[in-house]
Design a protein around this ligand. Structure first.
Ligand code: ADP
Ligand code: MG
Length: 237
């Protein structure tokens, strides 16, 4: 049986999609069979970040009961990595029922070592459905206090719901002098710090290219941090 892991946050823009894409490719490099699922149904961009074009059937069709999940799984140019993309147009968004996410995503654990779920931010219904499709969660936060407190709220709710909180990622560290340092962040969050991902221009460049940094510039600081994260996630399984 594989592991169902959601990538979550309190606020938007913390780096969930970046983490999902890079962790997927990094786990794939370590011979793990990975499926990255875009469950951010209204702000989908995982396939853009992973450079997947030419998709026809998406998770929206599956959630609307118009297709099977098998038809929405696409190979990528990255070894061992497949993706379930989401649609971006409004017609698709309104026809899909987010409440179906757990029953659509859950069975994927029979086919992959890792199912990584790129979730919407916050605790609204669509975010809850996406997060509750998983059994474990990784919280992505930036080193600033309001971002961290919102992340903690999500962590508390998920823990109550019975998920295993693997820990948090401190992303975009070093962007400002006022960044909360990792040791303080870990004390505040009261969950394990899984990785510190530095602010790295290579990450943004990679996003623009549609090639996640782990593949685009594997020797960059950002890429190395994501590779270490993958090792840790395998280790704590
Ligand atoms: P979310 O999915 O949580 O909304 P994204 O993963 O889309 O966030 O990231 C938001 C933006 O921040 C993207 O443009 C991405 O390239 C950039 N970004 C994320 N992490 C880093 C990093 N460590 N260094 C530099 N830019 C980053
Ligand atoms: Mg995102």
């Amino acid at each position: 049986m594989g592991r169902l892991i959601s990538i979550v946050s309190g606020k938007g823009g913390t780096g969930k999609t970046t983490t999902t894409a890079n962790l997927a490719i990094a786990l794939g490099k370590y011979e793990q069979k990975v499926c990255a699922v875009d469950a951010d149904l209204t702000m989908a961009n995982l396939s853009l970040v992973m450079g997947l074009d030419d998709v026809d059937v998406t998770i929206h069709d599956v959630l609307a009961g118009e297709a099977k999940i098998e038809d929405a799984i696409y190979p990528t140019k990255y070894e061992n990595v497949e993706v379930v993309p989401a649609a971006v147009d409004w017609e698709n968004v309104i026809k899909a029922d987010p409440r179906n996410l757990p029953k659509v995503i859950g069975p994927l654990k029979n086919r992959f070592d890792f199912v990584l779920i790129d979730c919407p931010a916050g605790l609204q219904m669509d975010a809850m459905s996406a997060m509750l499709s998983s059994e474990e969660a990784i919280i992505v936060t930036n080193p600033e206090i309001s971002c961290m407190t919102d992340s903690m709220k999500v962590g508390v709710v998920l823990k109550k719901a019975g998920l295993v909180i693997l820990g948090f990622i401190l992303n975009r560290y070093g962007r400002s002098e006022n960044d909360i340092p990792p040791d303080v962040a870990e004390e505040v969050m009261e969950i394990p710090l899984l990785a510190v991902i530095p602010e790295d221009p290579a990450v943004r460049e990679a996003t623009l290219e549609g090639i996640p940094v782990v593949a685009y510039k594997p020797k960059s600081k950002g890429a190395k941090a994501f590779l270490q994260l993958a090792e840790k996630i395998i280790e704590i399984g």
